[in-house]
Design a protein around this ligand. Structure first.
Ligand SMILES: [Mg+2]
Length: 190
């Protein structure tokens, strides 16, 4: 029997690799325009007296260029792992990505798009919980920084080459792409 088109699409997206994406110190370096300011600006857009907000400066230009290139080359599905999850639901998060030059990220959010941390839990634990519930064997990479990426250093997934750390205060840049692309194309043993 010929599979329905929907089945094909579903299978296709299941094969797509996964990128666990942090935001602060990966995309957003600014202390003036961070998640809280973006959340306030997004809410005020619905009112007549909306204050202008520098959406094009929310994320670092070099980080945007690098991430858009990665999206074009490796086409991962995105799972957000960030404290910004406390500020935005899926629709609002997608709008923030669209407004700030990362429409490709908005379009690539995974069906299970978030891996939030519980209180006193490491970033690693949140990712492991997501994988236990949703992983279907896809290749994956974790993009974080050493400050927020608690538990990742020295973990099994780091030893597998799946964790790429940004420098705090610098964020993502083009030199980190080879490691990310390698993780996104390396099949998992899980
Ligand atoms: Mg961070």
């Amino acid at each position: 029997m010929t599979p329905a088109l929907g089945d094909e699409v579903q299978r296709g997206s299941e094969c797509a690799p996964l990128l666990f994406l942090d935001i602060d110190d990966v995309l957003c370096i600014s202390h003036h325009h961070g998640g809280r300011q973006a959340a306030l600006a997004l809410n005020s857009r619905r009112t007549a007296d909306a204050a202008p907000f520098p959406w094009d400066q929310l994320f670092e230009e070099e980080a945007r260029i690098a991430l858009n290139l990665l999206m074009e080359r490796a086409r991962p599905r995105i799972v957000v792992t960030s404290t910004w999850l406390a500020l935005f639901n899926r629709a609002a998060m997608a709008e923030v990505f669209r407004l700030s030059g990362l429409a490709r990220i908005a379009d690539a959010l995974h069906v299970h798009w978030d891996a939030p941390q519980n209180r006193f839990e490491t970033r690693l634990a949140a990712i492991e919980r997501w994988l236990a519930a949703n992983h279907r064997g896809e290749a994956f990479a974790v993009l974080d920084d050493r400050e927020s990426g608690t538990g990742l250093a020295g973990s099994t997934i780091e030893r597998e080459g799946r964790v790429v750390f940004c420098e705090v205060g610098r964020g993502l840049h083009l030199d980190l792409l080879p490691a990310l692309e390698a993780a996104l194309t390396e099949p998992t043993k899980r």
